[in-house]
Design a protein around this ligand. Structure first.
Ligand SMILES: Cc1ncc(COP(=O)(O)O)c(C=O)c1O
Length: 449
């Protein structure tokens, strides 16, 4: 098909309009009614910014999918990928190769406790699928505990373990997923008291029969469902309950891992060592697809004399592993985990400033650079500015203003996500909140007098 070059674009380069038109005509967008999608055409990206073919600049306040943690276009990672492609682009999962060997060893060093043995996947969903398989094969039990305010991926078992509305159309009758109450209720600012949350989990375990439960999968800090940060004691309490009943604790750190929360892993905030931890996104900062489930030594040892029933053509892909090693080196060389902690303190003060200036801001939550502003019509009643799984005119106006003003982030239900790359500077953070400040005027109009 001949594609004309629009004014202002390089010869041979598609125009923004053609990129959007053909993408919509020939590809299916996820989680969306196709008539509603309005994608931003993206041409190139550097550090915390990305650009359209027409040169419009966006500040990436969501690190794309909370995943480009090191920022865009880092030459060190690009070079590592190029070098690995030239040397060995692919080897099947039954081989041994240097990127696999080095990455397995490196993750064992970075992760807490004896989380020592990795199984590499293409992304987060597959990491969780395999974590569930490992938990079942290790314990010989079947049931998996999961929470409502959660997302664990779009494939068979894990879309059922997912609690949020993305599950609704996909409930295929996968057996054994059992829901436990959440640490945070919808439309409430504060979490439930730790003792009550833990007692509610205990009760479900009692009703289900602890001897039937293989694992409990949870995001230590919930991501897309609202940056829900558990109170101190919650994760420690969950660990203790799991230990007492022989239930494996599966920490889904696909989003919260790799410095996002100001520690290497979210569980590090509470000194908890899960039995299985799942990783993706920040593992390669999304420069290439790669996920992992990392298990404690005792779990790996159970497969010394019997097989683990699980496999993938792209397990331990050399280019993915090389990208992950280079990405981890960037976190270390640039002190990005420390920067996330430092910038996280600054983010808190920006959130507080937004609350002072805008009656629509019900609360700001963040841990490191994992953050969200929650908008309400009434602070006292804590009535959300949009219903669960819905939107409102005010939230749409906020989203439009952010986009027009060159800030990219997720505006989901009544939340505005604030999850920039961990490499962000003070000035860039302030630039983002200036744009949010202007957008919040639209939400203020929806506040009940
Ligand atoms: C906490 C969590 N788990 C799992 C996944 C699924 O990862 P993927 O999309 O790479 O399959 C996601 C993706 O957003 C996630 O946020």
């Amino acid at each position: 098909m001949a594609v004309e070059t629009a004014p202002g674009t390089r010869a041979g380069q598609m125009s923004s309009d053609d990129i959007v038109r053909l993408s919509r005509q020939y590809t299916l967008y996820e989680w969306s009614a196709q008539s509603h999608v309005d994608p931003i055409p993206v041409d190139h990206a550097k550090c915390v910014y990305f650009y359209t073919p027409d040169g419009k600049r966006y500040l990436d306040f969501n690190s794309q999918l909370m995943s480009v943690n090191i920022g865009h276009g880092d030459e060190r990672v690009i070079r590592a990928i190029q070098d690995q492609a030239a040397k060995l682009a692919y080897a099947n999962p039954f081989m041994a190769h240097e990127p696999r060997a080095r990455l397995g060893q490196k993750l064992a060093q970075l992760l807490p406790g004896d989380l020592d043995v990795s199984f590499f996947t293409n992304g987060g969903a597959e990491a969780n699928e395999n974590a569930i398989k490992l938990a079942r094969q290790f314990t010989g039990r079947h049931k998996i505990l999961a929470r409502y305010r959660s997302y664990h991926g779009a494939t068979g078992q894990v879309i059922t373990a997912t609690g949020d509305p993305r599950r609704w159309a996909a409930e295929t009758g996968v057996s054994g997923i059992v829901r436990v109450p959440d640490s945070h209720r919808w439309a409430q600012r504060d979490p439930e008291p730790v003792g009550e949350s833990l007692a509610a989990i205990e009760e479900v375990i009692m009703f289900e029969g602890p001897q039937t439960i293989a694992g409990f999968i949870l995001e230590p800090v919930v991501g897309t469902n609202g940056i829900l940060i558990p109170p101190d004691g919650y994760m420690q309490g969950v660990r203790e309950i799991c230990d007492r009943h022989g239930i494996l604790l599966i920490a889904d750190e696909v989003m919260s891992g790799f410095g996002r929360t100001g520690e290497w892993f979210a569980v590090d905030h509470w000194g908890v060592v899960p039995d299985l931890i799942t990783l993706a996104k920040g593992l390669t900062a999304s420069y290439l697809p790669l996920g992992a489930v990392v298990m404690r030594r005792a779990i790996a040892d159970a497969f010394t004399d019997r097989p683990f029933f699980g496999g993938l053509t792209y397990n331990s892909h050399p280019m993915g592993c090389a990208a992950a090693l280079a990405t981890i080196a960037v976190y270390e060389q640039d002190g990005l985990v420390e920067n996330a902690k430092r910038m996280g303190r600054l983010m808190r003060s920006h959130h507080e400033r937004m609350m002072e200036r805008h009656p629509s801001v019900g609360s700001g939550r963040n841990i490191g650079l994992f953050g969200m502003l929650e908008l309400v019509r009434d602070r006292a009643a804590y009535e959300p500015m949009a219903p669960y799984n819905g939107t409102s005119d005010e939230m749409k106006a906020v989203a439009k203003s952010l986009r027009d003003d060159g800030l990219y982030t997720f505006v989901r239900w009544n939340g505005i996500m604030t999850n920039p790359p961990l490499s962000i500077t003070e000035d860039e953070l302030a630039e983002g909140f200036d744009i949010i400040d202007r957008a919040l005027v639209h939400a203020d109009e929806g506040v009940r007098a």
